[in-house]
Every structure is written in structure tokens, then in C-alpha cells.
Design a protein around this ligand. Structure first.
Ligand SMILES: [Zn+2]
Length: 143
């Protein structure tokens, strides 16, 4: 079960990375196209001022769009990193029921023996590992 929760983390991070690289490709294609449009507008300016103006406009819109997307993506990635809730481990005493919840550490697994109980000195055990999910699902589904 401990393996299962770390697997879930891996999948979420991989998906996020995959989306980010896709968005990055789109941004760079937009950027390249707008640079081409800008170059083209300068190239044809002496011959056709009106067409050059159009290409200039397209180029600037492309530049603005790609930089806006880049900014949005950076914000989103930062948000992802900040808002990913921590994985928690429940340590419970089987005798007196004393419960201790702390952040997940590498090597934690369910039914692992964890030293002595603070109250009754009996051996305690990990009884659960979970990710803390808060009420922010609806916001995240928008993406
Ligand atoms: Zn106890």
C-alpha cells in the first residue's frame, strides 16, 4: 500500500510534465511563426506597406500570445508544486489506540512496526498512508 501511494505521486507528476512539454512546444511554434511574420513584414515593406503592416500585426499578436502562455504555464507549474497536498502516515497503537499522524517518510508501509507507544510503551504500527485532499478539486478540474 505504501508503494501504491508513491506510484500515484509519480503518475501525477509525469502527467503534469507531459502537459507542460506539450504546451511548451505550442508556445515555441507560436513564437517561431510570429518571428517569421515579423521578418517577412520587414522583407516586403519596401514593396507592399499594407501587407507588411498585416504581417507586423500578426507577428506582434503571436509574440504577445506566446509570452502570455509562457507566463500562465509558469504560474500553473508553480501552483502545482505548491498545492500538491502532502502524503500522511498514520501510526497507531494497537493496545491503547493512541494515534499519531505525521508526514510520509521514505520506507513507510502499512503494518510496519514503529517502536514504542508514547503512552503505554507497547509497539506501535503504521495503519494507514494517504494523501490529504482538501476542497480544491473543482478549481483543478477546470484545466
Ligand atoms: Zn499505546
Amino acid at each position: 500500500m505504501a508503494d501504491k501511494s508513491s506510484e500515484t505521486t509519480g503518475t501525477t507528476e509525469t502527467t503534469a510534465r507531459r502537459i507542460s512539454s506539450f504546451v511548451l512546444v505550442v508556445i515555441f511554434v507560436t513564437l517561431a511563426l510570429s518571428l517569421v511574420a515579423l521578418y517577412f513584414s520587414m522583407e516586403i515593406y519596401p514593396r507592399n506597406e499594407a501587407a507588411a503592416g498585416y504581417f507586423l500585426l500578426i507577428g506582434f499578436i503571436g509574440l504577445a500570445l506566446s509570452s502570455y502562455m509562457l507566463l500562465q504555464m509558469r504560474k500553473r507549474v508553480l501552483k502545482w508544486r505548491l498545492k500538491l497536498p502532502p502524503i500522511m502516515t498514520i501510526i497507531e497503537c494497537q493496545k491503547c489506540g493512541f494515534k499519531n499522524v505525521r508526514e510520509f517518510k521514505r520506507g513507510d508501509y502499512v503494518f510496519k512496526q514503529m517502536g514504542a507507544c508514547e503512552k503505554c510503551n507497547e509497539p506501535v504500527m503504521i495503519t494507514g498512508i494517504y494523501r490529504e485532499i482538501k476542497e480544491q478539486k473543482k478549481k483543478e478540474e477546470k484545466f
